[in-house]
Design a protein around this ligand. Structure first.
Ligand SMILES: [Zn+2]
Length: 591
């Protein structure tokens, strides 16, 4: 890997060199070469024994004349960097880096554009198959108002190519993103078809809308009592209005037919789905995504074909998790492209957007008093957490409300006491409503919360159900960062869009698409919001030594932005064009 023809950019140090000395020596050397001491250069060997980054390798690529926000506190700003073998090998001034180029080196002149590390989404259901094959009745990626007429039209088109009795389904519906000033109802869906059962699925995943044919097939009438954990909603006259919540949807899954596929077709669909969502991630600047389940085989196949455009931290549960435990596979197994991360979110309570998360005080304006749903007993949770933790797997629980977060921390404190392990980094998916005592306990155990990121912009129309007092302590980036906790980004796609820039805008402004501001005390700076979406995401999966900042030695994952989020109008951050997304030095998206 080393090539002595080229001038080394930093002294070659013995393998066991003290890292700090090395950084200082390398930085001094590069700065001296450039005669630009004001621009601190960072040349860091993350793995001194194996690094091949500073021995004079001719870079494959140099990026110059950029506004680089490295997210490396030792050298936060730079103008240029060099990439070799898929890693950053030098970061510094344009003149420094230009000096490293050889005949074979490609040069990208950023012409003053902004470069930040690749964005990392730490909670994503990554449903590429749905995006590719299903009828999308809402916009998965942006705030867009759709008409009930358009929903009916799209579903009618699908019904015309579907045999009677087979389900016609619509995805990505959002009840608060309708241009009509009324709710979608059973009569709208009866216009789609009287021969097919029709379902429109809310993107939040907890509510469904059906036509009369579906109710008839499921044997549900206006007189059917609500089951435990769900409802058949009624209109003012006591008739079914089409909306069904949570567990009440169970009878519908037993009726009607769905198109079936051969094993080979299913494989193809899964592969195409992964390849498709990978392109979408690249389009929005994501270079690493924590996948909730999905076909691990498809992910590997897509990679083998050279079509994987992002790095995967694979999270799983159920039988697949049991198999991992049985085989002795621990977190970190895999490589820099596909790695086994934490467990998938193990659910302790309900949802934020559907107002079922477990609260210590009742929901405002709800009678009789309602505090949400805890979905597991403390004892069962304790046992599960201990078993996973003992297996060397990063524990990850879905906990939204303060009650659920307390339960999870209790289980984790117990497991860490029984089996102490440094850097266990228990992951808290959502971690929505916190308080000072929970934050102190999280800090003490080194927990990593993956908070909703795009909700502060996309879902403010649902914050009114909690009110300002609770929103002051919800998605509490300010409080968590001030406590020294590595809060990271978790879009929870499909419930939330995964655009990192939309997430950053919401964290900085706490202002929604509707112009309403909630919990302004939790605002963070642009720089902090970028760290949430980059370095903190790397930390969450224990990969901060190889990603999350533009630092020599790390993977060359970065995003070129047409504008600087630090200087544009904060309410326009989400509109900044992603000019280029690069993973391991290779372009994964080009505008
Ligand atoms: Zn989720």
């Amino acid at each position: 890997m080393t090539d002595s023809r080229h001038t080394p950019v930093s002294p070659t140090l013995p393998a066991k060199a003290d890292r700090r000395q090395f950084i200082n020596a390398a930085g001094a050397s590069l700065a001296a070469l450039a005669g630009a001491p004001e621009l601190a250069a960072s040349v860091l060997a993350q793995q001194p024994s194996s690094q091949a980054t500073s021995g004079g390798t001719v870079p494959d690529l140099i990026v110059i004349n950029a506004k680089v926000y490295t997210m490396d506190p030792r050298a936060p700003r730079a103008e240029a960097f060099a990439v070799s073998g898929g890693r950053f090998v030098a970061v510094g001034s344009t003149s420094d880096v230009r000096n490293l180029a050889g005949k074979s080196t490609q040069t990208f002149d950023a012409k003053g554009m902004t470069v930040v590390p690749g964005f990392i989404d730490c909670h994503n259901h990554a449903g590429g198959e749905t995006l590719l094959n299903e009828v999308l009745v809402g916009n998965p990626f942006e705030v867009e108002f759709v008409s009930i007429r358009s929903i009916i039209g799209k579903l009618r088109d699908r019904a015309q190519n579907t045999p009677p009795g087979q389900w016609v389904e619509g995805f990505f519906f959002d009840d608060t993103k309708l241009s009509d000033k009324r709710a979608l109802n059973i009569h709208d869906l009866d216009e789609v078809s009287s021969e097919h059962p029709v379902i429109v699925r809310h993107r939040g995943g907890h509510t469904y809308f059906y036509n009369s044919k579906a109710f008839q097939m499921a044997g549900i009438t206006k007189d059917t009592p609500n089951p435990m954990g769900g409802t058949y909603d009624k209109d003012a006259n006591g008739n079914l209005n089409g909306r069904v919540t949570d567990l009440a949807s169970a009878p519908f899954s037993k009726v009607g037919t769905r198109k079936t596929y051969t094993a080979a077709e299913n494989e193809t669909r899964a592969r195409d789905g992964v390849a498709h969502i990978s392109k979408q991630f690249a389009r929005y600047g994501l270079t690493s995504v924590h996948h909730e389940g999905g076909s691990l085989q498809a992910m590997q196949d897509v990679r083998a074909r050279g079509e994987l455009k992002h790095r995967i931290s694979y999270e799983t549960n159920g039988r697949s998790l049991e198999s991992m435990i049985g085989a002795g596979i621990q977190s970190g197994f895999g490589d820099e492209w596909i790695k086994f991360g934490a467990t998938a979110e193990h659910t302790v309570d309900g949802s934020f957007s559907e107002r079922t998360m477990a609260l210590s005080t009742p929901y405002p304006n709800v009678t009789p008093p309602y505090k949400g749903n805890v979905t597991e007993t403390q004892d069962t949770l304790n046992q599960w957490v201990e078993r996973v933790h003992r297996a060397g797997i990063q524990v990850n629980c879905h906990a939204n409300g303060d009650v659920a977060i307390d339960m999870y921390l209790t289980a984790m404190e117990r497991a860490l006491k029984l089996a102490p392990r440094a850097n266990a980094r228990p992951k808290i998916t959502h971690c929505t409503l916190v308080n000072p005592s929970l934050i102190a306990r999280m800090k003490a155990m080194g927990a990593v919360p993956a908070l909703f990121t795009t909700y502060a912009y996309y879902n403010t129309d649902k914050f009114v159900f909690y009110g300002e007092e609770m929103m002051k302590n919800s998605m509490a980036f300010r409080s968590l960062i001030d406590a020294g906790i590595y809060a990271c980004a978790g879009s929870d796609f499909s419930p939330g869009p995964f655009a990192a820039l939309m997430g950053i805008q919401g964290m900085v402004t706490r202002k929604g698409w509707d112009g309403k501001v909630w919990g302004a005390n939790q605002k963070i700076t642009v720089s902090e919001a970028i760290a949430v979406n980059t370095y903190n995401g790397a930390w969450a999966s224990g990969e901060e030594a190889i990603k999350g900042s533009i630092t020599a030695g790390k993977l060359a994952d970065y995003v070129v932005l047409a504008d600087d989020p630090h200087t544009v109008d904060p309410e326009k951050i989400k509109d900044i064009q992603i000019v280029r997304t690069v993973v391991g030095g290779t372009i994964s998206h080009q505008a």
